[in-house]
Design a binder for this molecule. Structure first.
Ligand code: OGA
Ligand code: MN
Length: 193
């Protein structure tokens, strides 16, 4: 899927799913880069600043923030930067930096239903999730459940190379229980404060 189709879907639906955004060789490189950082992962928290706490009943993933200059992730970050520039050119979103982290959900973990924007703060404009799980099947669970409206949701398998893009303030979503370790690069295109 080209960037034009992502833009069309974002305008029309507010989200886009790109099954093969990243080639499988690149998925393997990123997954290996992630493993090299294993010692730097820490349990993800919820809330900001003083309200920040680790609550496994809400989210059970471990994360590691990524510098956008990180050479180990260069190819994927370049592709995401191109996407950002296209979003700005076509939709005038005024996106500035990409804030992103690797996330590892251990077997049995999940992330309860939530919205990516923190209360009273709207600098996260577009959410991106890029999955790094070769050969992920339905039996592995871990779907991203995107709530489209009061009665509809979409379940998306976190298959390697797949990119999901959505407007951060528009969709509540959750990560269903992963039956094996589930890896991703997750980020937010932010607008300058
Ligand atoms: C998040 C999130 C979704 C996913 O990190 O905020 O919702 O599919 N991730 O990993
Ligand atoms: Mn989220």
């Amino acid at each position: 899927m080209g960037i034009d189709l992502i833009l069309d879907d974002l305008v029309e639906h507010g989200f886009a799913v790109v099954p093969q955004f990243l080639a499988s060789t690149e998925v393997n490189i990123l997954a290996a880069a992630m493993q090299e950082r294993r010692g730097l992962f820490h349990p993800a928290g919820v809330g900001r600043k003083a309200g920040h706490t680790v609550v496994e009943q809400i989210r059970g993933d471990d994360i590691c923030w990524i510098e956008t200059s990180d050479p180990l992730a260069a190819k994927a970050l370049n592709q995401l930067d191109e996407l950002k520039q296209s979003l700005n050119a076509a939709l005038y979103l005024g996106l500035d930096e990409l804030e992103c982290h690797f996330a590892a959900y251990p077997m049995g973990s999940f992330y309860a239903r939530h919205l990516d924007q923190h209360r009273g703060e709207d600098s996260r404009v577009v959410t991106i999730v890029l999955y790094l799980n070769p050969q992920w099947g339905k039996q592995d669970g871990g779907e991203l459940r995107l709530y489209l409206d009061d009665t509809h949701h979409l379940d998306i398998l976190p298959e390697g190379g797949k990119l999901v893009v959505f407007l951060s303030n528009r969709f509540e979503h959750e990560v269903l229980t992963a039956k094996r370790e589930r890896l991703s690069l997750t980020g937010w295109f932010r607008r300058r404060a």
